[in-house]
Design a protein around this ligand. Sequence first.
Ligand code: DON
Length: 321
Amino acid sequence: LLRRVVQDQLIVPDFGLLAREIDATYEELRDERGGAVADYIPQLARTDPDSFGIAVCTVDGQRHLAGDARTMFCVQSVSKTVGYCLALEEHGIDGTHQHVGREPSGLGFNEVTFNQQGLPHNPMINAGAIISASLIRPGEPLSDRYEHVERTWQRLAGGRRPGFSNSVYLSERATADRNFALGYLMRERGAFPEGTDLREALEFYFQCCSVEVDADMLAMVAATFANGGICPLTGDRVFGPDTVQHCQSLMMSCGMYDFSGEFAFSIGLPAKSGVSGALMIVVPQVMGIAVWSPRLDSQGNTVRGIEFCKRLVERYVVHPH
Ligand code: DON
């Protein structure tokens, strides 16, 4: 980073200006009280609804934080990105996509719907993410598989170790009728890789959703994606460039639930939201951004997160097209 400062080659040369813009947007959105905290996972419903954190990290490692950017939250569906990347790295495109499609479903994230081959529509909805989980080091003990996921988050986040919310995990597992139903239907349709233990695949999926990070870490994860899979802070190559590219394509077409088409149209950036109010946004080749604000709109996306994105693209030309 220092060399780049000296040589005046920073990817965002006036980072101070960007930081001020982020702070100003944070202040503007602080009083926004629209939306409601997700309550279908009882433990999530207990989050402080007014929490609000923003973080950015550029591909050359400049960082800025605003608000509650150091408070841990569960990644929830944002884990679908990492799960899919791990499946791709291990099984390649064909090996992965013989179990899960890559078209938007045009429906909510937990809908009971499958494509014509009887597979989940894509890895960004629950059914598809359960498949991704089943593809991560199958056959190994669950403890090793979880450690692999945790270690990957750590490498993506510049070496900081993620947390784990056992209470959210237990709470989700106890109220997961829909995910169990999806699991049984997929087993009936032969979607899982051979030898999958359904109960284990579901538990592993819930555990992956209960990984905890803060906005600062999530911005670094997004920056690693923006940087083609190499963590800007450590230089560690976590994923291959193709893996990250494929994941970003699916984030663009399917990452924002049933708002994905509109989000791609108006914001034009790969992003993934989670019911905890987490939002990970990739500005390819430039930076990663994370917003965490638990109040969700009717489609399940963080209200302040979406508003933040709208204001970002109004102020900056980041739309790649
Ligand atoms: O499976 C669930 O319902 C949650 N663990 C994840 C939900 C979520 O964030 C929605 N995602 N697309």
